[in-house]
Design a protein around this ligand. Structure first.
Ligand SMILES: Cc1cc2nc3c(=O)[nH]c(=O)nc-3n(C[C@H](O)[C@H](O)[C@H](O)COP(=O)(O)OP(=O)(O)OC[C@H]3O[C@@H](n4cnc5c(N)ncnc54)[C@H](O)[C@@H]3O)c2cc1C
Length: 467
């Protein structure tokens, strides 16, 4: 049995590791386009900031660790064509040599690539690139290019296009390095994955740390600034009140990703939402013995059905399922809830499940209630308030979603995980009060903050006649 995995990031490596773990007689080859298998690209902002002192430290496992499991790594090797009928993969190695790799099962883990928005100067003929100080950010290669700009040109200022979680992490990273940062977001608030009531708190945290945040600002053009300008690049944008321009020494365009599905599609794989590869819950594509996982596939969401929700946590799980099934198993991917957290300077914001409008669109009858509680007993020094938004279904009382904002030491990540487990298990909001959670005054309260939030939802829904 020979399993070939395409892609050496979360999905491909998880599949390879699982296959080797389950059956040591399985030969596993991982084909990786670059030289950085199993790198934690989620950690890139912390390498750029200087908190992670060497890029090699971002490796989840070293090449030697991976090879010690018995897998063969083909680095700097591009998978070019899948011959489904003959079960062969055409690859081009680092020296340009072509080779056909025979497989019994194939796992496609080609991931995602950065969206290149149609901004004049970012796309099209004469588009600016890393050498001009204009960067995208997804791979280790992109990271090295950013670091070259930072180290060789010593930029004093940066414009970040996009205020999603990666944009926010990079704003913090560049401020930490001493740059003056302007963050441009076309939507009405930063971090549009949470409600604007929490987005506005994130916004304040950014401005409190010196980031010049401009919402409702759509970038139209990036060009070389005229000689004598106080920056190397000029960024032209529009707002509701007219045109605005900025100058900066570097620009980071981080406006999301799209699935890298061309290789699979060319072999006949069906595509779904956003051109992500269609897979069932065992991660089968429609092609015989071809599985796919991670940012290149549609995601099964427990409340929404099929969606596209690229996250490292999901890619690991789907890769593991694909690796198990490629070696004869029948495991199902249990589904995502879109659980995520991001640290922005001293604060953190997390979410799981659905927001009000998402729940409505999915056919629920949502009620959303906001509440605040202390992370631990206020009489013990160092307590912090946690702002919570609870969304539950009016008819069934089911918990549908929770969003939390609080100090980075207020455990909003682990608290959102309680909510994620509750939604995963199909609990009602009211049942959260029954959970036996830990308590000691320096770390919690007899009713944990998440239980306080649940009780506020129940009370508000009942008193206001919402249910
Ligand atoms: C800056 C940053 C921060 C992030 N932070 C978080 C976070 O905090 N939490 C979280 O859950 N997620 C986070 N993510 C998202 C997470 O990193 C991705 O969801 C995850 O890496 C997806 O893994 P993947 O294996 O599906 O694809 P990718 O990581 O995109 O990897 C694709 C792999 O396929 C290879 N490849 C592609 N085409 C070919 C080919 N033709 N031949 C050979 N190899 C090929 C690539 O070289 C790469 O090895 C972050 C992402 C970034 C960029």
């Amino acid at each position: 049995m020979h399993l070939v995995a395409i892609g050496g990031s979360d999905a491909g490596i998880s599949a390879a590791l699982r296959a080797r773990e389950l059956d040591l007689s399985t030969e596993v080859t991982v084909v990786v386009a670059d030289a950085y298998p199993n790198f934690s690209i989620c950690g890139i902002p912390y390498y750029v900031s200087g908190e992670v002192t060497h890029w090699r430290n971002l490796a989840h496992r070293t090449i030697a660790d991976l090879e010690a499991t018995g897998m063969e790594l083909r680095l700097d090797t591009q998978a070019r064509r899948i011959d489904v009928a003959d079960h062969k993969l055409l690859v081009t190695g680092a020296d340009g040599t072509e080779e056909l790799l025979a497989y019994d099962a194939l796992v496609v883990g080609t991931g995602a690539v950065s969206v290149r928005p149609s901004i004049d100067g970012v796309t099209g003929v004469g588009a600016l690139g890393a050498d001009d100080g204009v960067h995208l950010l997804h791979s280790m290669g992109d990271t090295f290019a950013v670091m070259r700009t930072l180290e060789e040109s010593s930029p004093a200022s940066a414009v970040i296009v996009g205020a999603g979680y990666i944009g926010l992490e990079m704003a913090e990273a560049l401020v930490t390095r001493g740059l003056s940062v302007t963050q441009l977001e076309q939507l009405p608030e930063v971090l549009p994955t949470v409600d604007p009531e929490l987005g506005t708190l994130v916004h304040k945290e950014l401005t409190d740390h010196g980031v010049d945040v401009r919402i409702g600002t759509t970038v139209k053009r990036i060009s070389l600034a005229p000689l004598g300008a106080v920056g190397r690049l000029q960024i032209d944008a529009t707002t509701a009140s007219g045109a605005v321009s900025f100058v900066a020494d570097m620009v980071l365009v981080v406006v999301g990703v799209r699935p890298d599905s061309d290789l699979a599609a060319a072999a006949g794989a069906e595509l779904g939402i956003k051109r992500a590869i269609s897979v069932d819950r065992e991660m089968h594509t429609n092609l015989p013995d071809v599985f796919a996982a991670g940012d290149c596939v549609v995601t099964y969401h427990r409340l929404l059905g099929l969606t596209y929700l690229p996250l490292g946590t999901t890619a690991h799980k789907q890769g593991r399922v694909a690796g198990e099934n490629a070696t004869g198993g029948h495991r199902e991917f249990a589904g995502s809830l879109g659980t995520q957290v991001v640290k922005v300077f001293d604060m953190a914001v997390s979410r799981t499940g659905l927001r009000d409008h998402e729940a409505k669109a999915a056919g629920y009858d949502p009620v959303t209630v906001e509440f605040e509680a202390d992370d631990h007993k206020a009489y013990y020094p160092g307590s912090h308030r946690i702002r919570m938004r609870y969304t539950g279904d009016r008819r069934s009382g089911l918990l549908l979603g929770v969003q939390l904002f609080g100090h980075r030491h207020a455990e909003v990540a682990k608290r959102i995980d309680i909510a994620a487990i509750a939604i995963f298990s199909g609990m009602t909001v009211d049942e959260i009060s029954d959970l036996d959670l830990s308590y000691t005054p320096p770390l919690g309260s007899p009713w944990d903050a998440v239980q306080g939030g649940a009780q506020a939802w129940v009370k508000s829904a009942t008193t206001n006649g919402l249910r």
